[in-house]
Design a protein around this ligand. Structure first.
Ligand code: CMP
Length: 143
């Protein structure tokens, strides 16, 4: 095990449902520390760029429109095995397949509107963190 950072996004449906505190509470209770956070309304360019890996997928345009439908809250989480721990808290991409007690099982309406995004590996996490927070936007915990 090692200390990792991962990128997490509370998507527009999660913000609309007023779940920011609930979701942050789950992260913190699991031992993850928030070391960067911002709320923003994604531009077309940001939404397309962030999900560029899905550009050829049939759901890409709907995904971009959904991610631009309202504000999102983006955070960096730090802790032991943060990438996999975060994804365990989220549950499967499709809430129908998610384990009981996960965020998506509890709150997601569909595979499209699935409340939260989480990086799928440490390399992706580093790229996604840089996408939103640049080189110096993360604030290490000093106590
Ligand atoms: P996320 O974990 O942010 O990664 C890509 C997103 O695309 C995913 O969550 C869903 O919001 C969406 N997505 C993934 N698969 C599908 C699909 N089969 N149909 C529609 N949307 C999808």
């Amino acid at each position: 095990m090692s200390v990792e950072r991962t990128l997490s996004i509370i998507k527009p449906d999660g913000v609309e449902k007023n779940l920011i505190g609930e979701i942050y509470g789950r992260f913190e209770k699991a031992g993850l520390e928030i070391v960067a956070a911002r709320m923003l309304h994604l531009s077309q360019e940001q939404a397309e760029g962030f999900y560029a890996v899905h550009k050829e997928r049939p759901f890409y345009n709907d995904l971009v429109n959904y991610m631009r439908s309202g504000p999102v809250v983006v955070q960096v989480l730090e802790g032991e095995s943060a990438v996999s721990k975060h994804r365990e808290l989220l549950g499967a991409t499709n809430p129908d397949d998610a384990d009981p007690g996960t965020i998506r099982k509890d709150f997601a309406a569909s595979i499209e509107e699935n409340v939260v995004h989480g990086s799928d590996g440490t390399d992706t996490a580093a790229e996604e963190i840089a996408f939103f927070f640049g080189d110096d936007g993360v604030c290490p915990r000093t106590r």
